[in-house]
Write a protein that binds this ligand. Sequence first.
Ligand code: MTE
Length: 314
Amino acid sequence: MRKPEYPIIPSSEITPESVYLNRRQFMKLSAAVGATTLLAACGVKPAPASIDAAQSATGATDELGDPANSYDDITHYNNYYEFTTNKEGVAVLAEGFPTSPWQVEVSGLVNHPRTYDIDDLRAFPQEERIYRLRCVEGWSMVIPWTGFPLSSLLSEVDPMTSAKYVKFTTKIDDEHMPGLESPFFPWPYTEGLRLDEAMNDLALLVTGLYGKELLPQNGAPIRLAVPWKYGFKSVKSIIRIELVEEKPNTLWNSIAPREYGFYSNVNPEVPHPRWSQATERRIGEDRRRETLMFNGYEGQVSSLYAGMNLISNY
Ligand code: MTE
């Protein structure tokens, strides 16, 4: 078996892991990798400083006026643990990952369950959305996605009134995804949203970027973009979308519930247990910039959380 790769954090940043990891996972992790190794949903290697964020092929900017990252940044600096925990290594390992044929089952508490072929999903009216992606680890990018609102798909299958949450399950392909050999992660990668979050117009099912078909390293053939939440909620290579009544288990939440909450809304005022979330580094920039509440999408999403305590509901 290949040596498991885990992100390593300098010992100066380490707080006892047992405080954060649930006990069973902690025992497994300790046995597998020893005490100096920690996980982070977005890895811990510093982002490359040399990439020029202003090299956007189209000159596209987000609504705040910041330029999109280059196609090269977006396709060569990735988190995709099914392949590897090394961000610069994903593109090469994911090359040739079979994305066709591909089907997405939409099921559970819906009146019209349906299994969609990927071409059915590409037939939904597609639009370009330039979104910020803020990784929980403290780096960010601006990405011109192509896709369609998740709400269009959910409306088509017609959720029952008992449906309260949406659960996403992603692909397991032992032949092509070497990272699945890691005994530490409870594959498959799963995520979830509350139904009203999923119905928010910003939640996008993504089929492309920079006007091109999505590449495997970015989650081809279909992934989610939830721009007001930390990047790990934006799951890649979706194969199942289920409407459920109870809050679903998610991969990161089950490994380290104190570190990766179900909501995981970008919030500069709620630090990760091991680091501040007040600032971030845009890939291609050297300075750190202030992190914005809900990643700058407060106007569109804050009403979803009216009256909620965003510190306890992290
Ligand atoms: N989806 C799957 N299936 N597996 C993953 O490891 N990583 C997440 C998210 N979606 C991940 C995933 C994390 S931590 C981030 S920050 C984003 O994908 C990164 O997306 P990008 O590589 O397209 O920038």
